[in-house]
Design a binder for this molecule. Sequence first.
Ligand SMILES: NC(=O)c1ccc[n+]([C@@H]2O[C@H](COP(=O)([O-])OP(=O)(O)OC[C@H]3O[C@@H](n4cnc5c(N)ncnc54)[C@H](O)[C@@H]3O)[C@@H](O)[C@H]2O)c1
Length: 499
Amino acid sequence: MAHISRRNFLRTSLYTSAVAGAVSPAFTFANDGPAANDKIECAVVGIRGRGGSHISGFINDPRTVITYLVDVDEAVGQSRCDQVEKKQGFRPKFVKDMREAFADKNLDVVGSATPNYWHGLSAIWAMQAGKDVYVEKPATHNLFEGKTMVAAAKKYGRMCQVGTQCRSNPALRDAMKFMHEGGIGKVDFARGLCYKRRKAIGALGDYTQNIPGSVDFNLWSGPAIFTEPKLTRQQFHYDWHWQRLYGNGDSGNQGPHQLDIARWGLGLMRHPNKVVTYGGRLGYQAERKDPTYVDAGDTANTEVSVFDYGDKTIVFETRGLETPDIDGAKIGVVFYGTEGKLVQVNYGLCIAYDKQGNVIKEFKGSSDQFHFDNFINAVVSRDASSLNAPILDGHLSAAMAHLGNASYYLGEKNKVSVDTLCKEMEKIESRDDNKDTVLRTVEHLKANGVDLEATPLSLGPQLKFDPEKEEFCDCCAYAKDQLNREWREGFVCPSVDEV
Ligand SMILES: NC(=O)c1ccc[n+]([C@@H]2O[C@H](COP(=O)([O-])OP(=O)(O)OC[C@H]3O[C@@H](n4cnc5c(N)ncnc54)[C@H](O)[C@@H]3O)[C@@H](O)[C@H]2O)c1
């Protein structure tokens, strides 16, 4: 590991808290791995939910040690430090501001499992400080950040892996190879599914008292508008996913896994030419048995986007209410080929069928660890081309969610009848039967008690996008604000030229 300077771990203050006798497995091998003081030093930033998997990913790898845990919530941070101390035999340093960790020259790697709107800045700041980065999906909260992240990885020669871990799972890798070698014939259409039940998050209100006292709300807000601290949702953590100031709805949460697989399967290393979306945040009135109920979320829980790539189409369906599967998949992708179908059923299972519906082949195997291993291998080899989910892929896949949401947000007030929706969608060029997809969506909503006359679906404009320039075409220039955000002083994302 020539690129990582040797350092005398045992002399650093970080290790003074090591429990006597509790020598961690990370320090026991003398002959079968790198010396302890050659270990790759890691920080995990944002450690409540998914950050726990980053901690495991690094702890399970004998080449790495966790020297920093970073969270703006002190309570979350100290409790994770306790866990890591027990597992690796010494306590990582806890800091609330990621910049303190990034300033440490001994730090090599940053895992970022912060909320979406922090992904871009955390990764860019880390790369500018010379660190390699494993950043969670969606790689970005908006498309602007993605362009800078791609440029930063190149400029600073950093490894930047995105947390779309299916990219490293044998089930997916083998299935994609099979399909790319013609296993189901010619394939030019994929349907991605994010059918994941999401309940209402509580009525819109003032829940400022629910901001935990252990949280630094200024740092938590970061690049998003500072709401002086005012909280409009009941639950502080996690439910930010359903408020667009911070999250991207489920098409930009669970969605990027399946959007990424759809794009990968169709071999599309570029943005779409056009996108149109219809949807709504529907069904919670019936769920609460209150026709006036409005929850604190403002992202769609029902969303269908049609991505036009010229000679290929991806349709992406998000459903947050109870729904049956399609071909055995709820959170998956169905690829339609001239000779059959390939269904990604889950993260560890894909099934190929012939035209008669007989199973041709099954593909199995998954583990989160594979993706972390792939990242650390690249950190060691310095070969960015060996990353299974490099930042360019993460950027392209997250951008699909952003473009889909852009059409939805712009058309939010354009409420349409089922009839009009069918007619408008029939005009959209696609390899799908657009009308059939509308009618399936309508049937699903009705089955969940949605009154489409009282709460109709919205239809967005079909937006034309220039995949090379990464901006909307002139006719859709009015949509450009959807590609960026209002940045807050002190937390401004640099542009490609500024990075
Ligand atoms: N790859 C996957 O399968 C997968 C699974 C779950 C979540 N995720 C992604 O991981 C991210 C985190 O999701 P979660 O469910 O853990 O969310 P969460 O809200 O439960 O946890 C986020 C944590 O980040 C902390 N945080 C916020 N701003 C911070 C900052 N500036 N510096 C340090 N810490 C900060 C919060 O205090 C909290 O502890 C999301 O972007 C999500 O999309 C990925």
